[in-house]
Design a protein. Structure first.
Lengths: 644, 142
């Protein structure tokens, strides 16, 4: 309580300082250059207001937030609470609901979707992505433009890498932190007369607090190491990108009955290469992409790991090891037509996805021959979108995508579609967006294919159908933006996990959320972002926070940038099927950062995360007890960045 | 079609920010033109659509379609032939500043931020001076 009072008083003092000490706008050359940088932010070129309820993280905002990892962004997304699964994956829980760790969370880097076809969620490994090479980020809630997305979406995170034409130079960054953590990285961008190129590399070693459950003498680890490499080349209308992201992490509590792991590890690697070629004055785009991922995971727990057998019975083992790889070949053709007041995209996509299991051991016994179910998917899609300007202030948009899946005799082939309709009114001061989406989620590999695992799959699972709608109003002035947003979604045949079994539920949950935000720029040097939300569904259990809030304060005093952030999530309670009471207290995650611009090319920074050590906990219930662990350790980081 | 694209960009939330950036750039060039010429308005030529937008938004520059008639030129890839001897050339590409000695200054992106740079020797050779406000943006040629 005292620390909360202290925090509130400090933030109020900073707010008063912000308002009183605010400079009147002057137009010195330095001020104009700073204004030009803000007004030219690349997010203004990439964002698509028609693609969903949008939250933009500009480059300036990411730098002042000292956002080094994708988790720094994910934890601030309204209507969702960032958690970690009991196997150490980053996950998002929608207000009131259980962990939203599903294929409805999409992650794109420069229009390329990265994720796991086997486990569905992009957060399988990409939740730990370092983002020092990212220029800006966009979050789309309730749908995304189907022509830019190749899978049925729900919440979409779009990251855009730095632009060589803006960088034209390089940077090196080194950071140390609590418990011996460190991150080292650098990039170089070159823009010549005819071509441009960008290369980036970083390595990150994060040592996190061990968790002592009291049930074992061996503490539970959740450390991770990552290496990230990225390169792009552009010449005229041709571009090429290649990337490799590797992540080794402790699998945290794991699958054991008592969650007393001896040695849980995941060794994950994802590589991709993409080629884009534009024709016909950049109205025709052809894209070819190849992804390859390898996932090696092992668990060891003396309390026993219960795994399903092919006949649906359970057996207990102490060790589990799974080595598999995934491949995706993707080809897209997209033609843009500007006809009268219509901006039309139409095109087609062909995708081949496969999962190859190399080894699956339980207590050292190879069981690879037991695997069954679909492991190959061929998808053919056609899409159409139309942004139709009715007049100076009104636009109607339509997105349609039809998909046909061929499961190569591994399961039943199917067809499905995505439809989005919407309207935007924008007069430069008021903006009103409304849209509705009908989309679907098909069951993924781990839900339909059998392999010895803690969850029971079902090859006959049906697609789940999701409908969502949203309306929002924004009011914009030169110094502020205010937004009010209402979201609704429902699902039919939702794929859920009940008693460790994947099934289509007959329940039809209805989810509502109300969120509001206000950004006020006192001056270019002082800014505040406020947001709050409330969401709930009509399901009997509340399994995550219904309410949340975010306060971000950005202040610049000469060469010093200050950042203060408070992420609030409400507490909640539920009772498990085994009558265990889960009580999660409300959480206050306070982050503060200082950046000192020692020279125009050298920045020194210091950042403290979860400084109050009161960030919301994630509950990990079993049949007899509940562990409560926060996804955020109290951590201090310091470092420098040199630009050349 | 152009007006429809204009409306589309406006509705998509793009046009106002593009205008805003162009207006700020125009303010920067206005200060530069003020410092060089001290005249009410100066005829100016631009190579790219972005340059033309800046000149149109400017309070100090008047757009001319013939580079030979321009007192002030904003270029990107190359200086057009036949420009007036006493014209002043600036670029928005650092490469051209390095390559062509006739360019006295540049407004360009580097290291993730916009930069303003004038070369002392070139200003001297062109018999040009800038007001004290610009001194921190003047460097010696490497």
């Amino acid at each position: 309580m005292k620390s909360r009072i202290w925090l509130c008083a400090s933030l109020c003092a900073l707010l008063i300082q912000t308002a009183q000490g605010a400079d009147t706008t002057s137009d010195t050359l330095d001020d104009l250059l700073s204004q030009y940088r803000s007004e030219s932010d690349l997010s203004r070129q990439t964002k698509q207001e028609s693609a969903g309820s949008l939250i933009v993280y500009t480059r300036e905002r990411l730098e002042k937030m000292q956002a080094y990892n994708l988790r720094d962004i994910l934890k601030t997304i309204p209507v969702f609470t960032m958690q970690e699964s009991f196997t150490g994956q980053v996950s998002l829980a929608k207000a009131s609901g259980a962990t939203f760790n599903s294929q409805f969370l999409k992650l794109y880097i420069n229009d390329h979707e990265v994720g796991s076809i086997g486990f569905g969620s992009a957060m399988k490994m990409w939740g730990y992505l370092d983002i020092s090479y990212i220029d800006h980020a966009e979050i789309y809630q309730v749908g995304s433009s189907v022509m830019a997305g190749d899978e049925p979406p729900g919440i979409v995170v779009r990251l855009y890498t730095k632009d060589p034409s803006r960088e034209n130079g390089g940077a090196v960054q080194a950071m140390g932190g609590s418990r011996g953590s460190y991150e080292v990285g650098g990039y170089y961008a070159y823009k010549g007369e005819d071509f441009s190129t960008f290369v980036y590399g970083a390595t990150h070693d994060e040592d996190r607090n061990d968790y002592n459950s009291g049930r074992s003498a061996v503490p539970v680890d959740r450390d991770f190491d990552s290496t990230n490499l990225f390169a792009s080349f552009q010449k005229g209308d041709f571009s090429l990108e290649a990337a490799q992201f590797s992540l080794e992490h402790d699998r945290f509590l794991g699958f054991g009955t008592s969650r007393t792991p001896l040695d849980n590890r995941a060794d994950l690697l994802h590589r991709y290469v993409i080629a884009n070629q534009y024709f016909q004055d950049r109205t025709l785009k052809i894209r070819l992409a190849y992804d390859h991922a390898s996932h090696i995971q092992n668990e060891s727990d003396p309390s026993g790991i219960k795994l399903f057998n092919p006949d649906g019975t359970l057996s207990t083992y102490e060790e589990w090891y799974f080595d598999k790889s995934e491949e995706i070949l993707d080809a897209v053709i997209d033609k843009r037509l500007l006809l009268a007041s219509h901006d039309i995209h139409l095109g087609a996509q062909a995708k081949h996805k496969r999962v190859d299991a190399h080894s699956l051991l339980t207590d050292g016994i190879e069981r690879i021959d037991e695997l069954s179910g679909p492991d190959r998917w061929n998808t053919l899609s056609v899409f159409f979108s139309d942004d139709w300007t009715l007049n100076d202030y009104n636009l109607i948009f339509t997105n349609i995508k039809y998909d046909r899946y061929d499961l190569n005799n591994g399961g039943k082939d199917f067809e499905d579609y995505v439809l989005r309709l919407g309207h935007i009114y924008n007069d430069g001061t008021w903006m009103w967006k409304t849209f509705a989406t009908r989309t679907y989620g098909y069951p993924i590999y781990m839900q339909t294919s059998y392999f010895p695992f803690v969850y029971k799959s079902d090859v006959n699972l049906k697609n789940e159908e999701r409908m969502a709608a949203s309306t929002e109003v924004s009011y914009m002035t030169p110094s502020s933006t205010t937004n009010l947003r209402i979201l609704y979604n429902t699902a039919r045949n939702a794929i859920v996990l009940q008693q460790n079994v994947h099934l289509n539920t007959d329940e039809k949950p209805n989810f509502y959320a109300l969120s509001a935000s206000h950004e006020y720029r006192f001056t270019p040097s002082h800014e505040i972002h406020l947001s709050a939300y409330y969401g709930d569904d009509d399901m009997p259990m509340t399994q995550s926070s219904k309410a949340g809030a975010l306060v971000q304060l950005f202040n610049t005093f000469g060469p010093v940038d200050l950042f203060n952030e408070l992420v609030y999530r409400s507490g909640y309670h539920y009772t498990t099927p085994t009558a265990l009471s889960v009580d999660v207290a409300e959480g206050f995650d306070y982050t503060a950062g200082i950046t000192y611009r020692a020279t125009p090319d050298l920045n020194l920074f210091l950042k403290g995360e979860n400084l109050l050590n009161k960030a919301i906990m994630s509950p990990y219930p079993t049949s007899t007890y509940v562990d409560y662990i926060s996804p955020f350790d109290r951590t201090v980081r310091f470092g420098l960045k040199y630009v050349f | 079609m152009c007006s429809n694209l204009f409306r589309l960009l406006l509705l998509a939330g793009l046009l106002i920010p593009l205008h805003a950036a162009s207006n700020v750039a125009a303010n920067i060039f206005d200060k530069t033109v003020d410092s060089f010429f001290k005249e009410e308005r100066v005829s100016a030529w631009g190579e790219t659509p972005e340059h033309l937008q800046i000149i149109q938004n400017s309070q100090r520059m008047v757009l001319t379609k013939d580079p030979a008639n321009a007192r002030f030129l904003i270029v990107a890839r190359k200086i057009p032939a036949g420009i007036a001897k006493d014209s002043v050339v600036m670029t928005t590409e650092y490469l051209l500043l390095e390559k062509d000695k006739r360019v006295v200054g540049a407004f360009f992106w580097q290291k993730g931020r916009p930069n303003l740079l004038f070369l002392r020797q070139r200003l001297r050779e062109a018999d040009l001076t800038l007001t004290p406000e610009f001194q921190k943006y003047i460097e010696d040629e490497q």
